[in-house]
Design a protein around this ligand. Structure first.
Ligand SMILES: [Zn+2]
Length: 359
């Protein structure tokens, strides 16, 4: 369906993905502003790490579409491909729409093939109020049971309630996955600064598409909406994207309800901000928990040596799980990415065209 050259936007590796994004942004006729925020750490081949932010179209426009990749590091391949593909296809944008592409929000995780950041933080559980009492999660008890051999990954993956609890986010065990941290992560600070620059109060409508992978059916791009179901932003999402919008709180999503989501920070900017996660499924929850726990053990061992075969086995398993090198998967991701961005731009450009869903 797509030519090989079109699919070449996919890369499991941060350095290649970044090279593509940077070269597409630098040659794009619609990019007006391009900034590179250096991370304090380096990649496994001693390469420098950045979150790169490209502003396309009119940056003072009333309507803004923000497309984010790599919140969960190793998941960055899908979002990065969609962003580079977008830059290679669009020669102009409507006058009243600006597009902000945030490439590799967690570049350390992308480069080191981890879902968390360099501090072990799950950035997508990090958006809590650290001045208030941190939420307690039932997840820690499940991790203890796992460690004691009282349950196993296969049983948890089969039990949706257990899986949702395990992955909802926890603030007690830094050595375990889905750890939300004790303070704002580097990536969260990048988002806070970006939002201050966008100034949502001065805009009429903002759509945020945050691209992830790992949950749901193979290749399917689910639009997960965590806005309250009685909110304006939720209605806007359903008007725009119809029945493909799912709600964790209603139980019709591959995701459960979660603590400290990136979503919540954007939600707090006003009802005209509509945030959706575009989540691409791969090989299912059991395999996900397996690759994640192997990577977690490796990180805890302190021996992440890129020249070591065991390290590479674990890291390649992470990359293959979160960004399969499979033509069918890549085509599904690219098709859906183009479709969702197209619908978002149509919606922002002309509200009369928004299709109204019978609910
Ligand atoms: Zn994710």
């Amino acid at each position: 369906m797509f030519a090989e050259a079109v699919l070449s936007v996919f890369s499991q590796r941060y350095a290649d993905a970044r090279d593509q994004f940077v070269s597409h942004a630098e040659t794009s006729s619609i990019v007006e502003k391009f900034s590179h925020l250096p991370h304090t750490m380096k990649g496994p081949k001693n390469e420098k790490l950045f979150c790169d932010i490209a502003w396309a179209g009119n940056h003072k426009a009333d309507k803004v579409l923000v497309v984010v990749s790599g919140v969960h590091g190793v998941e960055g391949g899908a979002g990065s491909a969609i962003q580079s593909d977008f830059l290679s296809r669009y020669r102009r944008l409507p006058a009243d729409v600006g597009v902000v592409l945030v490439h590799a929000l967690n570049p350390w995780g992308f480069a080191w093939a981890s879902r968390n950041d360099d501090e072990g933080i799950d950035v997508n559980r990090n958006f809590v109020d650290f001045n208030a009492k941190l939420p307690k999660s039932g997840a820690t008890a499940i991790w203890d049971q796992l460690a004691q051999g009282k349950t196993d990954i296969a049983s948890i993956a089969r039990d949706r309630e257990q899986f949702d609890l395990l992955s909802e986010g926890q603030y007690e065990k830094p050595e375990m996955p889905y750890y939300g941290g004790k303070q704002a992560s580097w990536s969260r600070q990048v988002i806070e600064e970006l939002v201050a620059e966008i100034k949502p109060v001065r805009r009429k409508q903002i759509i945020v598409l945050d691209i992830h992978s790992g949950l749901g059916p193979y290749g399917y791009g689910e639009l997960i909406c965590d806005h309250p179901v009685d909110s304006k932003a939720h209605d806007y999402a359903v008007d725009l994207f119809g029945a493909t919008v799912t709600e964790p709180s209603l139980g019709n999503s591959s995701s459960g309800t979660k603590l400290g989501l990136h979503d919540y920070f954007w939600h707090s900017q006003g009802e005209h901000v509509c945030y959706l996660t575009l989540e691409f499924g791969t090989y299912g929850n059991q395999q996900m928990l397996q690759v994640l726990s192997e990577d977690q053990k490796l990180q805890q061992s302190g021996k992440v040596d890129w020249s070591d075969d065991n390290t590479l086995d674990i890291k390649h398993a992470m990359q293959d799980f979160f960004c399969p090198q499979d033509k069918q998967w890549q085509e599904l991701v690219l098709f859906r990415g183009r479709q969702v961005i197209g619908m978002a731009l149509d919606g922002l450009t002309d509200n009369a065209n928004v299709h109204h869903n019978s609910r």
